[in-house]
Design a protein around this ligand. Sequence first.
Ligand SMILES: Cc1cc2nc3c(=O)[nH]c(=O)nc-3n(C[C@H](O)[C@H](O)[C@H](O)COP(=O)(O)O)c2cc1C
Length: 173
Amino acid sequence: MKETLQDIRTRRSCRKFQPRQIAEEELNAILEAGTWAPTGHGWQSPVMVVLQDKATIEKLSKMNAAIMGTNGDPFYGAPTVVVVLADKSRPTYREDGSLVMGNLMLAAHAVGVASCWIHRAREEFESEEGKALLKSWGIEGDYAGVGHCILGYAAENGEAPAKPRKEGYIIRV
Ligand SMILES: Cc1cc2nc3c(=O)[nH]c(=O)nc-3n(C[C@H](O)[C@H](O)[C@H](O)COP(=O)(O)O)c2cc1C
Protein backbone atom coordinates (compact mmCIF):
# COMPACT_ATOMS: atom_id res chain seq x y z
CA MET A 1 0.00 0.00 0.00
CA LYS A 2 2.85 2.38 0.90
CA GLU A 3 4.39 1.66 -2.49
CA THR A 4 1.17 2.58 -4.29
CA LEU A 5 0.96 5.90 -2.48
CA GLN A 6 4.62 6.57 -3.15
CA ASP A 7 4.12 5.85 -6.88
CA ILE A 8 1.15 8.22 -6.98
CA ARG A 9 3.30 10.97 -5.45
CA THR A 10 6.39 10.44 -7.56
CA ARG A 11 4.94 9.89 -11.06
CA ARG A 12 5.83 12.79 -13.36
CA SER A 13 5.11 13.64 -16.97
CA CYS A 14 8.06 12.98 -19.25
CA ARG A 15 8.80 15.11 -22.32
CA LYS A 16 12.21 13.77 -23.38
CA PHE A 17 12.74 10.11 -24.21
CA GLN A 18 15.51 7.70 -25.08
CA PRO A 19 14.96 6.29 -28.58
CA ARG A 20 15.08 2.61 -27.49
CA GLN A 21 11.81 0.73 -27.28
CA ILE A 22 10.38 -0.35 -23.91
CA ALA A 23 10.44 -4.00 -22.89
CA GLU A 24 7.48 -6.09 -23.98
CA GLU A 25 6.99 -7.37 -20.43
CA GLU A 26 6.71 -3.81 -19.10
CA LEU A 27 4.33 -2.79 -21.86
CA ASN A 28 2.09 -5.77 -21.14
CA ALA A 29 2.03 -4.98 -17.41
CA ILE A 30 1.08 -1.36 -18.19
CA LEU A 31 -1.68 -2.36 -20.63
CA GLU A 32 -3.08 -4.91 -18.22
CA ALA A 33 -3.30 -2.21 -15.55
CA GLY A 34 -5.32 -0.17 -18.05
CA THR A 35 -7.84 -2.97 -18.40
CA TRP A 36 -8.39 -2.99 -14.62
CA ALA A 37 -9.56 0.62 -14.44
CA PRO A 38 -13.07 0.99 -13.05
CA THR A 39 -15.74 1.87 -15.63
CA GLY A 40 -19.33 3.06 -15.36
CA HIS A 41 -21.61 0.03 -14.89
CA GLY A 42 -18.54 -2.12 -15.47
CA TRP A 43 -19.18 -1.68 -19.22
CA GLN A 44 -15.47 -1.44 -20.04
CA SER A 45 -16.21 1.19 -22.68
CA PRO A 46 -12.57 2.07 -23.52
CA VAL A 47 -10.12 0.40 -25.90
CA MET A 48 -6.38 0.93 -26.06
CA VAL A 49 -4.56 0.99 -29.39
CA VAL A 50 -0.83 0.37 -29.10
CA LEU A 51 1.34 2.09 -31.69
CA GLN A 52 5.02 1.28 -32.05
CA ASP A 53 5.37 1.63 -35.80
CA LYS A 54 7.33 4.83 -36.51
CA ALA A 55 5.34 5.77 -39.62
CA THR A 56 1.98 5.52 -37.82
CA ILE A 57 3.23 7.45 -34.79
CA GLU A 58 4.57 10.15 -37.11
CA LYS A 59 1.27 10.37 -38.97
CA LEU A 60 -0.64 10.79 -35.71
CA SER A 61 1.94 13.24 -34.40
CA LYS A 62 1.45 15.42 -37.51
CA MET A 63 -2.34 15.30 -37.12
CA ASN A 64 -1.99 16.26 -33.45
CA ALA A 65 0.43 19.10 -34.19
CA ALA A 66 -1.89 20.46 -36.88
CA ILE A 67 -4.76 20.60 -34.36
CA MET A 68 -2.46 22.56 -32.04
CA GLY A 69 -1.25 24.76 -34.91
CA THR A 70 2.43 23.85 -34.46
CA ASN A 71 5.08 21.89 -36.37
CA GLY A 72 6.80 20.15 -33.45
CA ASP A 73 6.31 16.55 -32.32
CA PRO A 74 3.63 16.56 -29.60
CA PHE A 75 4.70 12.98 -28.70
CA TYR A 76 8.25 14.10 -27.89
CA GLY A 77 9.81 11.19 -29.79
CA ALA A 78 8.33 8.56 -27.45
CA PRO A 79 8.75 5.09 -28.99
CA THR A 80 5.30 3.86 -27.89
CA VAL A 81 1.97 5.65 -28.05
CA VAL A 82 -1.15 4.10 -26.50
CA VAL A 83 -4.28 5.74 -27.85
CA VAL A 84 -7.22 5.46 -25.47
CA LEU A 85 -10.62 5.68 -27.11
CA ALA A 86 -14.01 4.99 -25.59
CA ASP A 87 -17.41 3.94 -26.85
CA LYS A 88 -19.58 7.06 -26.99
CA SER A 89 -22.76 5.05 -26.58
CA ARG A 90 -21.84 4.62 -22.90
CA PRO A 91 -22.67 7.73 -20.89
CA THR A 92 -19.51 7.46 -18.81
CA TYR A 93 -17.14 6.98 -21.75
CA ARG A 94 -14.98 10.03 -21.07
CA GLU A 95 -14.58 9.28 -17.36
CA ASP A 96 -13.90 5.60 -18.17
CA GLY A 97 -11.21 6.52 -20.68
CA SER A 98 -9.62 9.01 -18.30
CA LEU A 99 -9.34 6.39 -15.58
CA VAL A 100 -7.67 4.03 -18.04
CA MET A 101 -5.21 6.82 -18.83
CA GLY A 102 -4.53 7.27 -15.11
CA ASN A 103 -3.90 3.57 -14.62
CA LEU A 104 -1.55 3.46 -17.62
CA MET A 105 0.56 6.36 -16.34
CA LEU A 106 0.75 5.03 -12.79
CA ALA A 107 1.53 1.47 -13.87
CA ALA A 108 4.20 2.80 -16.22
CA HIS A 109 5.84 4.61 -13.34
CA ALA A 110 5.60 1.51 -11.15
CA VAL A 111 7.58 -0.54 -13.69
CA GLY A 112 10.15 2.18 -14.44
CA VAL A 113 8.68 3.48 -17.70
CA ALA A 114 8.16 7.21 -18.24
CA SER A 115 4.89 8.55 -19.62
CA CYS A 116 2.80 11.60 -20.38
CA TRP A 117 -0.83 12.26 -21.30
CA ILE A 118 -0.96 13.92 -24.69
CA HIS A 119 -4.21 15.64 -25.50
CA ARG A 120 -6.29 16.37 -28.64
CA ALA A 121 -7.28 12.73 -29.25
CA ARG A 122 -10.93 13.83 -29.44
CA GLU A 123 -10.30 16.19 -32.36
CA GLU A 124 -8.00 13.68 -34.05
CA PHE A 125 -10.60 10.94 -34.22
CA GLU A 126 -13.47 13.26 -35.10
CA SER A 127 -11.67 14.03 -38.37
CA GLU A 128 -12.14 11.99 -41.54
CA GLU A 129 -8.44 11.04 -41.42
CA GLY A 130 -8.85 9.84 -37.84
CA LYS A 131 -11.98 7.88 -38.68
CA ALA A 132 -10.13 6.18 -41.53
CA LEU A 133 -7.35 5.24 -39.11
CA LEU A 134 -9.87 3.70 -36.70
CA LYS A 135 -11.31 1.68 -39.55
CA SER A 136 -7.86 0.49 -40.57
CA TRP A 137 -7.31 -0.63 -36.96
CA GLY A 138 -10.54 -2.63 -37.07
CA ILE A 139 -12.41 -0.34 -34.69
CA GLU A 140 -16.09 -0.23 -35.61
CA GLY A 141 -18.75 1.82 -33.83
CA ASP A 142 -18.79 5.32 -32.43
CA TYR A 143 -15.49 5.72 -30.57
CA ALA A 144 -14.16 9.01 -29.22
CA GLY A 145 -10.50 9.72 -28.61
CA VAL A 146 -9.78 10.35 -24.91
CA GLY A 147 -6.01 10.68 -24.77
CA HIS A 148 -2.63 9.36 -25.83
CA CYS A 149 -0.38 7.83 -23.22
CA ILE A 150 3.13 8.14 -24.57
CA LEU A 151 5.64 5.66 -23.14
CA GLY A 152 9.40 5.27 -23.16
CA TYR A 153 12.47 5.45 -20.99
CA ALA A 154 13.13 8.95 -19.71
CA ALA A 155 16.10 10.82 -21.15
CA GLU A 156 18.14 13.07 -18.88
CA ASN A 157 16.03 15.93 -17.53
CA GLY A 158 12.98 14.43 -19.23
CA GLU A 159 10.79 14.88 -16.18
CA ALA A 160 10.25 18.28 -14.56
CA PRO A 161 9.87 18.36 -10.78
CA ALA A 162 6.35 18.58 -9.42
CA LYS A 163 4.86 21.92 -8.52
CA PRO A 164 3.75 22.29 -4.91
CA ARG A 165 0.12 21.31 -4.37
CA LYS A 166 -2.11 24.40 -4.37
CA GLU A 167 -3.61 25.90 -1.24
CA GLY A 168 -7.20 24.91 -0.70
CA TYR A 169 -6.99 21.73 -2.79
CA ILE A 170 -8.77 19.86 -0.02
CA ILE A 171 -11.94 21.30 1.44
CA ARG A 172 -13.17 19.54 4.52
CA VAL A 173 -16.67 20.52 5.46
C1 LIG B 1 -6.05 15.94 -19.60
C2 LIG B 1 -4.58 16.17 -19.72
C3 LIG B 1 -4.05 16.61 -20.91
C4 LIG B 1 -2.68 16.80 -21.04
N1 LIG B 1 -2.17 17.15 -22.25
C5 LIG B 1 -0.84 17.31 -22.40
C6 LIG B 1 -0.27 17.59 -23.68
O1 LIG B 1 -0.97 17.64 -24.69
N2 LIG B 1 1.07 17.76 -23.75
C7 LIG B 1 1.88 17.68 -22.66
O2 LIG B 1 3.09 17.86 -22.79
N3 LIG B 1 1.38 17.38 -21.42
C8 LIG B 1 0.04 17.19 -21.29
N4 LIG B 1 -0.47 16.83 -20.06
C9 LIG B 1 0.43 16.65 -18.91
C10 LIG B 1 0.28 17.78 -17.91
O3 LIG B 1 0.84 18.96 -18.43
C11 LIG B 1 0.95 17.36 -16.58
O4 LIG B 1 0.26 16.26 -16.07
C12 LIG B 1 0.97 18.49 -15.58
O5 LIG B 1 1.80 19.54 -16.00
C13 LIG B 1 1.43 18.04 -14.20
O6 LIG B 1 2.71 17.45 -14.26
P1 LIG B 1 2.99 15.98 -13.74
O7 LIG B 1 2.19 15.04 -14.63
O8 LIG B 1 4.47 15.78 -13.90
O9 LIG B 1 2.54 15.90 -12.33
C14 LIG B 1 -1.83 16.61 -19.92
C15 LIG B 1 -2.38 16.15 -18.73
C16 LIG B 1 -3.72 15.91 -18.63
C17 LIG B 1 -4.27 15.37 -17.32
